[in-house]
Design a protein around this ligand. Structure first.
Ligand code: SAM
Length: 258
């Protein structure tokens, strides 16, 4: 069994997905060109494109590629054609690519894409904060959506966010400066290099694939009596001490007393 966490495995999935697109395009479009389907049926190219999207996703599914590769395999040919028909300056594509890369570029390595916590999370977390000074860490702090409101509510506490992706990090630092927040710091880097023992509360909203790693680290480093909180993703085989429901999202905050 290949190690799904290895960079080699992820490159392998990307290469298979790319190879599938090329192969299926050849299988579908070469005969179409040969038999001049376009000349006979006016909508044929659109149908063929759809067939390419469906078939690529289906084969990716059969090959047991990870779920997002199945989705990417479906949408890539459609987006490719849309991009050819959108009448825009080519620089726009470069700018859009650069923006996405600055937000999601690290995902290939981390396997945790950016998506924000729901709006209700700062309120729910605030109900767990102590009244006396404490240190709070947001593992993968994104654009600071969780930390900024918490830091405003508890000016006597200190808040730290660690973030791998460049653009979210810069924007959260700018936001903290604009609010004049002195009790909040955003650190660039991998959470694996942070020392969890410094913190009284560690909050994570990551992905199921890294929950084992982050839990192992929390267990090894966090002090007795501190809180480890994960939004949406539980830790396999480790029942939380209590759960708080996010009613609208039908998800939970899982809370462990270490
Ligand atoms: C699901 S988002 C959560 C963002 C933020 N905590 C929030 O709730 O709005 C996860 C974030 O973790 C970051 N991330 C992923 N792996 C990381 C790692 N190993 N070290 C630090 N940050 C990481 C991603 O770049 C992403 O911004």
């Amino acid at each position: 069994m290949p190690d799904k966490k290895s960079v080699g495995f992820r490159f392998r999935s990307a290469l298979i997905a790319l190879f599938l697109q090329v192969l299926i395009a050849l299988v579908i479009f070469l005969p179409a060109l040969y038999f001049d389907i376009r000349g006979k049926y006016s909508l044929a190219p659109l149908y063929l494109l759809f067939a390419q999207a469906l078939l690529s996703a289906f084969v990716a599914y059969l090959l047991k590629l990870e779920r997002w590769w199945v989705l990417i395999s479906f949408f890539a040919p459609l987006l490719f054609i849309v991009s050819l028909h959108v009448n825009t300056n080519h620089w726009h594509y470069l700018v859009i690519f650069a923006l996405f890369f600055a937000i999601y570029g690290a995902t290939f390595h981390s396997r945790v894409p950016y998506f924000p916590s729901p709006d209700v999370i700062p309120d729910l977390l605030a109900s767990l904060l102590p009244g006396a000074p404490f240190k709070f860490l947001d593992v993968g702090s994104g654009f600071g959506k969780v930390l900024l409101p918490l830091a405003r509510r508890a000016p006597f506490a200190s808040f730290c966010g660690v973030e791998l992706a460049f653009l979210p990090l810069v924007i959260s630092r700018v936001r903290a400066n604009l609010c004049g927040r002195q009790n909040i710091e955003f650190v660039h880097g991998n959470f694996q290099n942070m020392d969890f023992s410094e913190f009284d509360i560690v909050y994570t909203y990551l992905s199921p694939v890294v929950m084992d790693a982050v839990w192992t680290k929390a267990l090894a480093e966090m002090r007795h009596g501190t809180l480890f909180i994960s939004y949406e993703f539980n830790v396999d085989g480790r029942k939380a001490d209590f759960e708080i429901e996010c009613v609208r999202e039908r998800t939970f905050l899982y809370v462990w007393k270490m």
